[in-house]
Write a protein that binds this ligand. Structure first.
Ligand SMILES: [Zn+2]
Length: 696
């Protein structure tokens, strides 16, 4: 997850609502387990009663250790049907094995009860953290039990296969990974049976009053588990799911699971698990989810939930999934859409990641804020793009097929990926991985000393690419435009200065380095139009309340500051804002100020009045209209000013919650709380472009 297109901004919303790939990683110890989990949910008491019959192949192990909910009670343990003493402390249940039990097969039965009542967010305001800290909750509305919550005894350090039988009050249906063995009614209760035959590192469970729909294509079931009010969405999701499954199967190899299910969550969180995705109802209703997040989550069934991540060496799966799904969908649309997407990655990195909070890609584990998202997803994807540019189509996609074939259900590291790309392309990528994966930062480059020399009928364009430290080495394209013709030349940049020479039969007009934005780099400030993201990552903001502001709009201003996650934010009235405060801070102005010195740098194309505004010649004057824009600061270079101007209090609060999802945009217009217009100011100058004055 461009006044750009609707689907793009909605994608940001989807991401912010949190779609997180789930792969629990631990150290393998040679144990393997087959569970038969039988639980009964008692939603009115927020608890479950469980029994797990586990067949374990021991391998010299002296102590078996299980993760089980800290608050588990009524625990009983049997080994080969005989009661056994155990130790249970701080969510760890330990059994000491007798010498003759340490090699071979053991039958361990664990009985337990546990309460799960994590509070569930209803209308979260700031959604950069996708998990909301909820790991387990059982309620009348639904139940959500994450793999790490200890809802069954999870044998530490061992992948396992599962049979899960979930009994619940009538009408409640359980869904998890693997294959459904059916849902039935028994003694007035509902029973759901599931089987997971491949090695999963932790099982999650969702239970609610689902309406189940299924569709089979090429031996794989697409399924939806939706709450009754969203059941009408099923046909579109089933169709799209089947389409993605065949798209990715063609690209990478056969889908590794028997089904893929779209499961509705009863609160606004989203996850991608092996063979299903769990999305909040409001997210599912967004029309672009089918075109964006759904494909991303399905791609994770190959990358992250199929080929596992060796997390000790960094999580590569988000970058790769973003590249082969989100980015590839843009590429399938058009070359220009793909390029805009790459530009956005560069803008995100350049505005959201500073030299202080930057870190190497191999240190990325999971997304919990905009910095981790930008490095793990955006930079990660751009690194795969650069690998593809070096390797070419056949070797790049071939290497991904090799990795999938050789490493399905195995923990896989950046170096495993490196080896696969190297053996397909028959070249060392050590320097590439060292600088892009194992080192933080990004190149900062500019054109320098560009000049054209005319001899005979030939123009020689000479110049240098100058790098600031730390230096990177990479191939770089140069495009020289001369009389409607473009000459492309590839050079190899390294060190502080790299000289180049390009010749042309015509007088040169424009020289552009990296014309297609194929290189991951830190943009110069002139290349980044002011946008919502700049406000979100600002170190200090002063929120300026204009005079005679409606109290409801004041309240919305507080919501806006909170949802943007503003740091060191201070509220002042416009009369309290002195010259020094103005010069030393980014400002967010609420309502049309009386002072005329705050919005001096508002771009052409926008007119603001007390009861109307116009944007690119479109007039907005209804009380239900709201304007939001980010511009250059009136008094300080490299700072920004923003204006939030609802024409009445009516939709102020609604819009205040939404703006944070439009991070890359410079300006937004809303009507009745819905976005009607959005855009990014054009870039006026770039250090990678040199233009010649046109004589004649
Ligand atoms: Zn993902």
């Amino acid at each position: 997850m461009e006044l750009l297109k609707l689907n793009h901004c909605l994608r940001i919303l989807a991401i912010s609502l949190g779609i997180l790939s789930w792969a629990v990683i631990s150290q393998a110890a040679g144990l393997s387990a087959a569970h038969h989990i039988q639980i009964e949910l008692i939603p009115d008491a927020k608890k479950l009663i469980g029994r797990d019959d586990i067949t374990i192949k021991t391998n010299g192990t002296e102590v078996l250790e299980f993760r089980l909910a800290k608050r588990a009670t009524r625990i009983e343990v049997q080994v080969n049907k005989n009661p056994r003493n155990f130790n249970f402390e701080n969510g760890r249940l330990r059994l000491t094995l007798k010498p003759h039990e340490r090699f071979g097969e053991l039958q361990v039965t664990i009985l337990y009860a546990a309460k799960f009542d994590d509070p569930v967010p209803v209308h979260p305001i700031n959604m950069d953290n996708p998990g909301f800290g909820v790991t387990g909750t059982i309620s009348e509305k639904g139940s959500f039990l994450l793999a790490g919550a200890g809802w069954y005894p999870d044998l530490v350090d061992s992948p396992a296969s599962y049979r899960a039988t979930v009994t619940a009050p009538s009408g409640l249906i359980a869904v998890t990974a693997g294959r459904s063995l059916g849902h039935r009614i028994e003694s007035g209760k509902s029973v759901s049976d599931w089987e997971v035959k491949y090695p999963v590192e932790g099982l999650s469970l969702s239970v609610a009053r689902y309406v189940v729909e299924e569709k089979s294509r090429d031996g794989v079931i697409s399924a939806t588990y939706l709450l009754p009010q969203n059941r009408h969405l099923a046909p579109a999701y089933l169709e799209a799911t089947a389409g993605y499954l065949s798209l990715f199967s063609d690209l990478f190899g056969a889908y590794p699971f028997q089904k893929f299910a779209v499961v509705e969550n009863f609160f606004p969180t989203g996850f991608g698990f092996p063979s299903y995705t769990l999305l909040g109802g409001r997210v599912l209703q967004l029309p672009f989810i089918i075109r964006t997040s759904l494909g991303h989550e399905i791609a994770h069934c190959w990358w992250g939930n199929g080929v596992y991540v060796e997390a000790t060496q960094g999580n590569w799966s988000e970058g790769l999934t973003t590249y082969v799904a989100d980015y590839r969908f843009k590429e399938m649309k058009s070359r220009e859409a793909a390029r805009e997407h790459r530009q956005q990655w560069l803008r995100n990195y350049s505005t959201l990641v500073t030299p202080q909070n930057d870190f190497a890609l191999d240190r990325f584990q999971s997304r919990y804020d905009t910095v981790t998202r930008t490095i793990g997803y955006d930079k990660g994807a751009m690194v795969f793009h650069m690998i593809r540019r070096i390797l070419g189509e056949e070797a790049f996609w071939g290497a991904l097929r090799d990795i999938y074939r050789n490493r399905l259900f195995r923990r896989t590291s950046w170096s495993d990926l490196q080896h696969a790309f190297e053996s397909r392309s028959k070249q060392s990528l050590q320097d590439f991985f060292d600088q892009w994966v194992h080192r933080r930062g990004a190149p900062r480059i500019s054109l320098d000393e560009v000049r054209a020399e005319h001899t005979g009928n030939i123009w020689q364009v000479k110049g240098q690419i100058i790098q600031r430290k730390p230096y990177f080495s990479f191939p770089l394209m140069l495009a020289l435009e001369a009389r409607k013709q473009t000459a492309i030349q590839k050079i190899f940049v390294s060190g502080r200065a790299t000289s180049f020479e390009v010749s042309s039969d015509h007088p040169p007009q424009k020289l552009t380095a990296d014309p297609a934005d194929d290189i991951f780099r830190r943009l110069s400030p002139s290349e980044i139009p002011p946008a919502v993201n700049a406000l979100k990552s600002s170190p200090t903001v002063i929120t300026v309340l204009s005079a005679e502001l409606d109290p409801e709009i004041k309240k919305a201003a507080a919501t806006l500051a909170l949802s943007l996650g503003l740091k060191h934010n201070e509220f002042v009235t416009e009369s309290e804002l002195d010259r020094q405060m103005l010069a030393e801070n980014d400002i967010l102005v609420i309502g049309l100020p009386r002072r005329n010195d705050l919005l001096l740098k508002m771009p052409a194309g926008i007119t603001i009045q007390s009861d109307s505004f116009s944007l690119n010649e479109k007039l907005f004057k209804k009380p239900v209209d709201t304007f939001f824009g980010v511009f250059e600061h009136p008094a300080a270079a490299n700072r920004i000013a923003a204006l939030f101007m609802p024409l009445s209090p009516q939709y102020a609060e609604v819009v205040a919650r939404k703006i944070t999802h439009y991070g890359k945009y410079s300006y937004l217009a809303f009507q009745n709380g819905k976005n009607l217009a959005k855009g990014i100011w054009p870039v006026e100058t770039s250090p990678l472009v040199h233009e010649w004055d046109q004589v004649n």
